[in-house]
Design a protein around this ligand. Structure first.
Ligand code: PSU
Length: 302
């Protein structure tokens, strides 16, 4: 344990040592998911929302060859404006650390780091998934396989509507990942409450979600759980409104030959412009809602 390259902030270390609830947060959403300064405001507000629920937030990022679990205010400020920052997933985590580069952790990398740190609950916005046109590109986010491998409960608002949502959830089923909807029987679609697909599982009480995580561990089944929490109704952009926006952004990405890791940040940026900022307001609202739910799941002993 001692030779793992982990650095904790004192508050996160104290919470973990005392067995108090801790919620991991990712950093790609800060560096690649939102523009400055809204990204910094979001990061601080999300941490505060977790504290308000009585849990300790632990934002995770890679710097100077170490996994930082919890970021102090100056570090968070620097990260929110840093460029370039590596967008790190399972494949590049070790190289980012061994070369001492600054890296933002995606859902997959944050899950690995959280598990190493002893944190079992993680809040994000939307997971990566199967991209549209997968038949030709083979573009499938490593987030999906990580959910099958690493024992962390990930609280999301579903998969971003820029993805092939039916194929994303089909693959999660194949991989044996429990997809648990909260408060409704259908899968949410990030900016919208409903993707038009039935949810495989539904648990409305955070204590039930924590109990399911404990049961999975007791059974020795590897992997985590994906909680899909619909965006609050007052903040959603209905699906019918999002479809043409997403289609237009996808067409631009294709025309400009955007590929691989650039696709998601490019699309989020274009959708921000096409919705005149509404997509960002919605994104922030859903992350806050996920953070609160994650804190309750952590408090219930996931
Ligand atoms: N949630 C958001 N915004 C984001 C992400 C999540 O609200 O930008 C990030 C996560 O880090 C996730 C990544 O792992 O998007 C998915 O990227 P890709 O589609 O390239 O796998």
């Amino acid at each position: 344990m001692t030779d793992l390259p982990l650095s904790f902030t004192p508050d996160v270390r104290a919470a973990l040592d005392a067995g108090r609830p801790v919620v991991a947060l990712e950093s790609t959403i800060i560096t690649h998911g939102m523009p400055y300064p809204q990204n910094l405001v979001m990061a601080r507000d999300v941490e505060q929302a977790i504290r308000d629920e009585g849990a300790t937030p632990a934002t995770i990022a890679l710097m100077d060859g170490r996994i930082h679990v919890g970021l102090d205010q100056p570090t968070l400020e620097r990260l929110a404006q840093a460029s370039p920052v590596m967008k790190v997933s399972r494949a590049d985590l070790a190289v980012c650390l061994s070369t001492g580069r600054t890296g933002a952790t995606t859902v997959a990398a944050t899950m690995i780091c959280a598990a190493l740190a002893g944190i079992r609950v993680f809040a994000t916005g939307g997971i990566g998934g199967v991209h549209r046109g997968v038949e030709t590109t083979m573009d499938v986010s490593a987030d999906l396989h990580e959910l099958a491998a690493t024992a962390v409960t990930v609280v999301s608002a579903g998969a971003k509507a820029i993805l092939d949502i039916p194929r994303t959830f089909e693959l999660l089923e194949t991989l044996g990942v429990p997809v648990i909807a909260v408060g409704q029987d259908t899968i949410p679609a990030f900016w919208s409450r409903d993707a038009g697909l039935p949810a495989p599982l539904r648990l409305d009480d955070p204590a039930q979600i924590a109990a399911a995580a404990r049961m999975r561990r007791a059974l020795g089944i590897p992997g985590g759980q994906l909680v899909v929490n619909p965006i609050p109704a007052e903040s959603e952009i209905p699906r019918a409104e999002m479809i043409p926006v997403v289609d237009a952004a996808l067409a631009e990405a294709q025309a400009q030959g955007i590929a691989a890791k650039e696709v998601t940040p490019f699309l989020l940026d274009r959708i921000y412009a096409l919705t005149e900022g509404r997509s960002l307001t919605a994104n922030i609202a859903l992350v806050l809602s996920n953070a609160r739910l994650a804190a309750r799941i952590a408090a219930a002993g996931a």
